[in-house]
Design a protein around this ligand. Structure first.
Ligand code: GUN
Length: 306
């Protein structure tokens, strides 16, 4: 198969999903005379976080969702951040709350996440939402694994009995991804930095999901023939443009695309793979939160599980 046919086009998937969401945000506006509203909280000046927040706010505005950006200094106290969360929890005109992670070291991420109203927790990080997901009764599903899962379901149709290997055990990606794949009857292996013989595990994967954050770490020695590979890594490399002598930023994934593309059946590129779907799923969760806020029925366009 020609290599370009192997690409799982996350941008196209996300555009299709966003197109389906527009009638839902329009209907909400007609019924309640306001748009679904997402509050995004950014603490400090982490460059990558700043870019993600800007993208989230831009995509929201293009898709009939109001967004409120709250930017706080990296020196804000934990209590002041909590007070912001309490205000957002109380505000009936705010449907979804997202606190961009990571937070500065002096603030407990756990404490902040635990204090977001679970019905506004569009990230799906609150223990109630996390627990519900693992019990097979999801409320809000974390956006990155949700986007990966949606693409996998569409590409593979039947996940029954597939060997799925996840690299990374974070609460944001690895653990919820494991739960989603288990719900579709995959046999799931979650690997991490202490895993022995990582290549041996990965070589058995019909579905490989990588969320390690090491640029192009995964090469052909990790890949089973005809595997479906999802690259969650977004790694920024600083390179020197020798002609202009200026520094340029290049985005690469965890997967060495050129080295594996001849072996895989399908693969997500970086950029243009998982990233756009993460944002589209955030929009989905925000509209879902808005409907729930107004005690309205929300018919999941992604299927029952979402
Ligand atoms: N930082 C990296 N990914 C995410 C995410 O999905 N949500 C939040 N809130 N922060 C992140």
């Amino acid at each position: 198969m020609e290599n370009y046919k192997k690409i799982i086009d996350g941008k196209k998937y996300s555009e299709e999903l966003l197109k389906q969401l527009i009638p839902l945000s329009s209907k909400f506006f007609k019924n309640f005379n306001r748009k679904p509203c997402l509050a995004v909280v950014l603490v400090g000046d982490n460059t990558a976080s700043g870019i993600y927040v800007k993208n989230k706010v831009n995509i929201a505005e293009k898709n009939g969702i109001e967004s409120i950006k709250i930017i706080l200094s990296s020196e804000v106290s934990e209590q002041d951040l909590l007070n912001e969360i309490f205000k957002l929890n109380e505000n009936q005109d705010i449907d979804g709350i997202l606190v961009q992670l990571p937070l500065p070291k002096h603030i407990s991420e756990k404490k902040i996440i635990h204090n977001i109203d679970p019905m506004k927790d569009v990230d799906g990080f609150h223990p109630i939402n996390f627990g519900k997901l693992f019990m097979g009764d999801p409320n809000f599903i974390p956006c990155t694994p949700m986007g990966c899962f949606y693409m996998l379901k569409n590409e593979l149709k039947d996940l029954n009995g597939k060997n799925a290997v996840i690299i990374g055990r974070s609460n944001i990606v690895g653990k919820p991804m494991a739960s989603l794949l288990l719900s579709s009857n995959c046999s799931v292996t979650v690997t991490h930095s202490k895993t022995k013989n990582l290549q041996e595990h990965c070589k058995k994967a019909d579905v490989l999901i990588s969320a390690v954050g090491i640029p192009e770490m995964i090469d052909e020695t990790y890949i089973k023939k005809d595997a479906i590979v999802i690259d969650v890594g977004i790694n920024r490399l600083q390179l020197l443009n020798s002609k202009t002598n200026t520094s340029i930023t290049k985005l690469v994934g965890d997967i060495n695309f050129e080295k594996v593309v001849n072996i895989v059946k399908k693969i997500t590129p970086v950029p243009g793979g998982v990233g756009p779907m993460t944002i589209a799923c955030l929009m989905h969760n925000t509209i879902k939160a808005a409907y729930k806020n107004k005690k309205q029925n929300f018919v999941n366009i992604l299927g029952d599980y979402f």
